[in-house]
Design a protein around this ligand. Structure first.
Ligand code: PGA
Length: 260
């Protein structure tokens, strides 16, 4: 587990964009896993900027999103289909037929989830998965008590997550209860996991996930078992970690060949 602490979310997002761009340049047909929510918006802005100003080419990239609400039309303004179009996909040259987001209106959700897993597998697996973290430690929409080996499936949101996501819907009562999410086992199969967390609100979950015991009650703690998990944090999100000095020293003293 690598913990990188940057002065603020701008610097952290810039570094995240550099990591993603580095992969896309090295492997133009990379399979990228995308996340939604407030956290990655700045990262997506940098990727759009790099596409426009530095010709970062997404034409051969395949995308898989972590999750989607059940019952929302892809065109619903609060759907993650809309979010991804607005923040990234309509602003870069990714091919629409290479974009995969769980379909929240599927009649047969278990079959839809199985075929999502099969598509990831058929495309060679996810090279790099971008992740946020919930204030309750959730990863994707894998809420506390999720199986640490879970695959893509339907989940029920906690009241806390519905409250946290209420703004996009104009009220908590309008937030769906059900979602389709990649499982923790699905996320663990990704070659690299890049978790971003900003702000004091995330500090406790970050500390529990990185330094606490591995437990289904903090789903993000499963990343302690991942071979290549990077936590990219701002100072506030890192504020409850106990080994901050060590993480900073490690990052600042990386040999050149290990630097991003
Ligand atoms: P946020 O959500 O980026 O909107 O804080 C993160 C998450 O719930 O995983």
């Amino acid at each position: 587990m690598e913990i990188i602490i940057q002065p603020d979310s701008r610097e952290a997002s810039r570094l995240a964009a550099k990591i993603v761009a580095g992969l896309v340049r090295e492997k133009p047909h990379a399979v990228l896993g995308f996340a939604t929510g407030q956290t990655p918006i700045e990262l997506y802005r940098y990727l759009v900027e790099m596409h426009r100003n530095e010709r970062l080419d997404f034409s051969e990239v395949t995308a898989f999103n972590l999750d989607e609400y059940v019952g929302l039309e892809p065109g619903h303004p609060a759907s993650y289909h809309s979010y991804m179009r607005e923040n990234l996909f309509d602003r870069i040259n990714i091919r629409k037929d290479r974009v995969n987001i769980p379909f929240g209106l599927a009649d047969d959700i278990p079959t839809c989830c199985r075929s999502y897993e099969e598509r990831i597998h058929a495309d060679g697996g996810i090279d790099l998965q971008i992740l946020g973290i919930g204030a309750d430690g959730h990863l994707g929409f894998n809420e506390p008590s999720s199986s640490l080996a879970s695959r893509t499936r339907i989940k029920t949101l906690t009241d806390r997550t519905r409250k946290d996501n209420a703004a996009a819907f104009g009220g908590e009562d309008k937030v769906p209860h059900h979602v389709i999410t990649m499982g923790l086992g699905t996320i663990m199969d990704c070659r690299t996991c890049l978790l971003l967390a900003f702000g004091r609100k995330k500090a406790r979950a970050v500390a529990q996930a990185a330094e606490g015991p591995l437990t289904a009650m903090v789903p993000a703690s499963i990343l302690q078992m991942h071979q290549r998990a990077i936590f990219l944090l701002d100072e506030e999100a890192a504020s409850q970690l106990t080994r901050t000095y060590y993480y900073k020293w490690v990052y600042e003293n990386k040999p050149d060949w290990q630097k991003y």
